[in-house]
Design a protein around this ligand. Sequence first.
Ligand code: UDX
Ligand code: UDX
Length: 480
Amino acid sequence: MQEEQGDGQWLLKIPTQIFIQVPMKIQNIVCIGAGYVGGPTMAVIADRCPHLRVTVLDINADRIAQWNSDHLPMFEPGLDAVVARCRGKNLFFATLTPELIRAADVVFVSVNTPTKTFGEGAGRAADLQYLEKSARFIKPHLKPGTIIVEKSTVPIRTAQALSTIFSYGQDGGDYPILSNPEFLAEGTAIRDLESPDRVLIGSSSNEQGRKAAQALADVYAHWIPKERILLTNVWSSELSKLAANAFLAQRISSINSISALCEVTGADVGEIAHAIGVDQRIGPRFLEASVGFGGSCFRKDLLNLSYLCEAEGLKEVAAYWSSVVEMNDYQINRFIRRIIQVQFNSIAGKKIALLGFAYKPGTNDTRDAPAIRIATGLLKEKAVLTITDPKALDNARLDLQGLEGTVHYEADPYKATEGAHAVALLTHWPEYRALDYKKIFAGMEKPAFIFDGRNWLDHQALFKMGFNVYPLGKTPLSHI
Ligand code: UDX
Ligand code: UDX
């Protein structure tokens, strides 16, 4: 059904007897996938477009029940208020229901696309099975001309596969496929959705594709300035999402590589980040040295990008993007090694308190959090861990389930650090800056060590209190 053009565009060859009805005006939106992306994105669309009916569907009945309750399935600042304004009015959450799909003018597909864990490309390629299953599920229930929107992050040319699934054996209509990747970051999702730097809509260049892209752009134009709504071809849109995450992650790996050099030379990574960040060509953001990046996207998308390059025979390009992940692994392992070495090369039986477990503040999400690997590494050395986090303790429990060793979970940071030999700050929650570190020091074993994996605390003040302080990319402040 498809005809490729040389410029990376594609057209659908449509049997002449089929009349394509792309709804010019969107009234009814359905989203498959009520996750970290689908849920907040649809909530903001509903909030900003009260004339639209927005329904979020998910195979997971428990998750839907949470969305319909007072305890939403995720912690995201501002989300509760947005949901409270629209739920039951023009925003609905339900399990997958054919009748609801039939009513849709647009179906967003926002299911997870994790890294493949099996077979060809295991550990690198994206696992598209949920995307394909969702497409196959919705297809028989769509009305002709319904616009399908790829919201999930996907490898380049996934739209083509979707197009084949939707057009194969069709019985009365064809479906324009758009790519509309989401750039929200967790913790700031509502702000990012309400005022995004850009919205990207990729479509095929035929009339059907252009009309569909315009119809979706008109929805976003209700609250986003038109100049921020970028219309591109599908492949550019799909690849832009991977490229954006790869570039962001690469900046973090770059500054983390410099942090290692700082530690052996006496330079200060904070001063360097400032000095290079004021160069307008470089800019100040995403230059914070850290214990490593985490989250559901960066590692997955870098590995996916690298795999795609390799599959296209671009070995050097693949190696370049893989190295960003390798640098991140190095940074995490370096942090673990340091905790062990500094404590006289033995942490067996020593209590270590982990301050923070979420991969960043402002979320309860722990997917690919550096804390998981740090906890695992320390447990291998038989440390006794106490983990505290304002929001992510439930997820931490699930992540570390079944690991050998002793792990305590404690909501109160003072209790968590009581009797500890060392504290490792892994998530820069604002409340961790406001803790009474004199009190913490008093309750700890001596010598007391603090490893600041985010350069978040006042190191001089901690040193004066008696702590041996190990920041990232700075000279340690040690009494020993
Ligand atoms: C999103 C994107 O879709 C992913 O591609 C991107 O890289 C990260 O952000 P996210 O919203 O974070 O994923 O995933 P998750 O929170 O796991 O939500 C996915 C939802 O889809 C889950 O609630 C899951 O139950 C649902 N789902 C999954 C379906 O409804 N049907 C399926 O077949 C599979
Ligand atoms: C990222 C992208 O920012 C977003 O556009 C995309 O849609 C999804 O992936 P997210 O993973 O939610 O968003 O958070 P982000 O703020 O990008 O942080 C990712 C990781 O990098 C976190 O672990 C964070 O702590 C770390 N980070 C970020 C650093 O270590 N240093 C920095 O300077 C910035």
